[in-house]
Design a protein around this ligand. Structure first.
Ligand code: FES
Length: 196
């Protein structure tokens, strides 16, 4: 079992490198499969981007470059679309995405304190991914269920009436098994890699 400082050291604010992702086996086949699914028609470009993002959890440069070549469209056009729509992200995201609402209703119920506790626990700032690629921390301005604020969404699951004291138990639940009961965190053993 590692010490608390060992655990802390595992969680740093370094993004997963695009080049590393590029070494992922079979990525080209995957992108080709997506293009073929839409018969290589550029009018389906946005759908292709969604499919690629759902596979990689972001839009990697190497995939966009390949897409541009195959569809014979400029890379800048693809980047234009990828940056125009908020649903797309060009930064690597972790396996688990934690979204903290900072909208007015949640803010008055102290969502900032909740966010700060997530920052402390994960050792990252909003918009960053932990070094091990496990967690991405994000903020949003309203999730449409203000009455239950402060709201935090973890991997699509809503947690209402969040408090700073519940932050670590929510994260430990994700680390220990997640909703499908499988071990999601590799290499941490029984010790959640949460910063102190
Ligand atoms: S302000 Fe947070 S859900 Fe609306």
């Amino acid at each position: 079992m590692g010490s608390e400082s060992d655990a802390t050291a595992q969680v740093k604010k370094v993004s997963v490198k695009d080049e590393l992702a590029g070494e992922m086996k079979g990525w080209k086949n995957f992108v080709d499969g997506v293009i073929d699914r839409y018969q290589g028609e550029r009018r389906w470009l946005i759908n292709m981007l969604f499919d690629i993002q759902s596979e990689f959890r972001y839009l990697p440069h190497f995939a966009l470059e390949h897409l541009a070549k195959r569809l014979e469209v400029s890379l800048s056009e693809i980047y234009g679309i990828a940056t125009f729509y908020k649903a797309f992200t060009l930064k690597p995201r972790g396996k688990h995405v934690v979204t903290v609402c900072l909208g007015t209703a949640c803010h008055v119920r102290k969502s900032l304190a909740v966010l700060e506790e997530f920052q402390r626990a994960l050792g990252i700032e909003p918009g960053e991914t932990t070094n091990d690629g496990e967690f991405t921390l994000e903020t949003v301005n309203c999730l449409g269920c203000c009455a239950k604020g402060p709201i935090v969404v973890v991997d699509g699951e809503y947690h209402g009436n969040m408090t700073p004291s519940r932050v670590r138990s929510v994260l430990k639940e994700v680390i220990r098994g997640g909703r499908d009961g499988t071990e999601k965190y590799r290499g941490a053993g029984d010790t959640p890699a949460l910063a102190s």
